[in-house]
Design a protein around this ligand. Structure first.
Ligand SMILES: Cc1cc2nc3c(=O)[nH]c(=O)nc-3n(C[C@H](O)[C@H](O)[C@H](O)COP(=O)(O)OP(=O)(O)OC[C@H]3O[C@@H](n4cnc5c(N)ncnc54)[C@H](O)[C@@H]3O)c2cc1C
Length: 420
């Protein structure tokens, strides 16, 4: 149940100091979003307190796959249909800027095991391959990514599997060690003067003339500004947000150590691998190159990660039959936050700032938008984004339990199975 990355990670001990009675800024959620925002406000001299219900990075930020990709889900054409070409272009640029931001941070300022290894995007059907190849050739001007098309005949250079019908390599994609990224963002926030109190769930936020009273398990803090950075763990604390993000379980396994050579034989260029199925799977070599770390949506109803191991292992072996007899040594899960328009959202509602909804792809998006929302809290022009002011849609009859998920995932599995 412990994520591979968390084993031996030098996490800070639980904080035992009392809560301060006042802070300029209270950030709820000590993941990539909250820590990045806290760094901005603290560095600008605002007293900043970060609170988390669990330990540092108790949510997704300690337990993800560490894959870094362009992560705005809707295509430029989809977005043009919804918002017009100018807004669409600027939203897509945010996705590229998020990658560039994390790349610059990781290569110049922090050590989070950044590897510019690229990603092989495998085609699940021949039709998916021709669509991919067409899209790679017709990228919107100004939004180009470095992509090479890999026909099936050349696929062995990317993966020792006949499962895919060719694919594309995204050369700008990268991987990080998720926990090292978390620790680096934490150190930056603390180094700028922010304080963290973990194991301190916020139970209510009451508006008062000076700002807010933030009620927690360990006392009350009066804050001038509050940021909700709770993503897939957004609960009844703010029903307005809870109605706008769907918590979806995401599951991962790691194989036992196979040896660097054996892993290289399976994924010769040590790339991330994802595929074009609707119910997506993704995998990569571990940071030390010794194992395969494999993730996907394993369960219709959310389950104990251990219960998902057989299904994930079957999915892995379907792609890499060479791993049939290999043992799984780690299994873990977390809650990602989907939005109804598949876009992240940041801004302010009822005076409370928020930043969330990365639809399972927050490794580049959360540090970047976290920084932006922190800048917005300071009233800085550079905090503005193309997503500001977009409607944050809810759905009728949805109050936080995605009852429609099981039938949708089932339908997607059928579509994947028949290869449409
Ligand atoms: C298995 C898995 C694999 C993934 N793989 C990838 C990947 O390869 N690439 C990628 O881009 N993304 C991936 N993601 C998604 C990515 O990890 C997240 O989008 C990102 O970490 C979100 O960061 P965050 O800070 O917004 O939220 P989180 O890290 O989830 O933090 C939210 C925090 O809010 C806290 N909280 C909630 N309510 C309260 C409260 N009332 N009081 C106090 N604290 C509260 C929680 O305890 C939690 O720590 C994956 C996620 C999972 C689970």
């Amino acid at each position: 149940m412990t994520p591979l990355w968390m084993e031996n990670a030098p996490l800070p001990p639980p904080s035992e100091e009392p809560l301060p009675s006042r802070a300029d800024v209270v950030v709820i959620g000590a993941g990539y979003t909250g820590l990045s925002a806290a760094r901005e406000t603290a560095a600008a001299g605002r007293s900043t307190l970060v609170l988390d219900a669990g330990g540092l990075g108790a949510g997704c930020s300690s337990r993800n796959g560490g894959q870094v990709a362009y992560s705005i889900k809707p295509t430029y054409n989809d977005l043009t249909g919804r918002f017009g070409a100018d807004v669409a272009f600027r939203i897509c640029r945010e996705g590229l800027d998020a990658m560039a931001y994390l790349r610059a941070l990781s290569t110049r300022e922090i050590d989070c095991g950044w590897r510019q290894n690229g990603c092989f995007f495998g085609a699940h059907t021949p039709r998916h391959f021709s669509n991919m190849a067409r899209d790679a050739e017709r990228q919107p001007r100004g939004l180009e990514q470095s992509i090479s098309v890999v026909p099936k005949a050349e696929q062995a250079a990317e993966i020792a599997s006949a499962y895919y019908h060719g694919g594309c390599v995204y050369h700008d994609d990268a991987s990080v060690d998720p926990t090292r990224l978390l620790l680096a963002l934490w150190r930056r926030a603390i180094g700028s003067g922010a304080t963290l109190r973990d194991h301190c769930a916020v139970t209510a936020i009451n508006t008062v003339p000076e700002g807010f009273d933030v009620l927690t398990e360990r006392g009350v803090v009066r804050a001038r500004q509050v940021l909700l950075a709770t993503n897939g763990y957004s609960g009844p604390l703010s029903p307005w947000h809870q109605r706008r993000v769907m918590p979806i379980g995401s599951y991962q396994i790691a194989t036992e150590p196979l040896g660097v050579e054996a892993v290289r034989a399976l994924i010769p260029r040590a790339r991330n691998i994802v595929d074009s199925r609707r119910v997506v799977v993704y995998f990569r070599p571990s940071a030390d190159g010794e194992r395969i770390v494999f993730g996907g949506r394993a369960a219709l109803a959310e389950k104990n990660p251990l219960a998902c191991v057989p299904r994930l292992k079957r999915m892995l072996v379907q792609i890499l039959p060479q791993l049939q007899s290999v043992r799984v040594s780690h299994a873990w899960a977390g809650w990602v936050a989907y939005t109804f328009d598949t876009l992240p959202h940041l801004g302010r509602h009822a005076g409370i700032y928020y930043c969330m909804g990365y639809c399972g792809q927050g490794v580049p998006l959360a540090p970047y938008f976290g920084k932006r929302i922190g800048q917005q809290m300071l009233g800085l022009e550079e905090g503005r984004t193309a997503l500001d002011g977009l409607p944050f849609p809810a759905r009728p009859y949805y109050w936080g339990k995605p009852w429609f998920l099981a039938p949708s995932v089932f339908a997607y599995r059928v579509i994947d199975a028949i290869g449409v």
